[in-house]
Design a protein around this ligand. Structure first.
Ligand code: CTP
Length: 131
């Protein structure tokens, strides 16, 4: 059993998220997703998520290619999360390329290409313009 772990906020869920998670699951047999807490998202992106943590967890947890979800409270705890979940592979989008190489001593690290032309930030901007 090859266990995969990935992390993200997954706010305003979109097709780039679907494609990333589907491809992450194809790297192994069991996909675990760490969903950023509201506080962690604020510290990373300088805004509160539009969707609550509970809703983001429910959306991600209901996907057929996701086996397990948990709350990621801290960026600094990644090593601990990887060890606790016994993950064999860490998958991240290639916007993070090189940033997680430090974990190559405990798991494989794979960066997958992002889906072009879609992001939560862009969707929020488009909706603001409509208003
Ligand atoms: N992702 C992707 N393709 C996209 C957007 C996101 O593959 N077009 C991936 C990211 O690389 C990450 C995961 O989806 O591994 C979760 O990304 P997240 O930061 O939650 O979504 P973004 O749309 O990138 O959000 P933002 O615009 O707020 O940065």
């Amino acid at each position: 059993m090859r266990r995969i772990i990935t992390f993200g906020t997954y706010d305003v869920f979109h097709v780039g998220h679907v494609k990333l998670l589907k491809r992450a699951r194809l790297q192994g047999d069991y996909l675990i997703v760490g969903v950023s807490s509201d506080e962690l998202n604020f510290s990373k992106k300088g805004r509160n998520p539009v969707y609550s943590l509970d809703n983001r967890m429910e959306i991600i947890g209901s996907l057929k290619f996701v086996d397990e979800v948990f709350v990621e409270h801290s960026l600094e705890a990644k090593r601990q999360y990887i060890l606790e979940t016994k993950a064999d592979v860490l998958v991240m989008g290639d916007d993070w390329v090189g940033r997680f190489d430090e974990f190559k001593d405990i798991c494989e690290v794979v960066y997958l290409p992002r889906t072009p032309s879609v992001s939560t930030t862009e969707i929020i901007e488009v909706i603001k313009e409509i208003e």
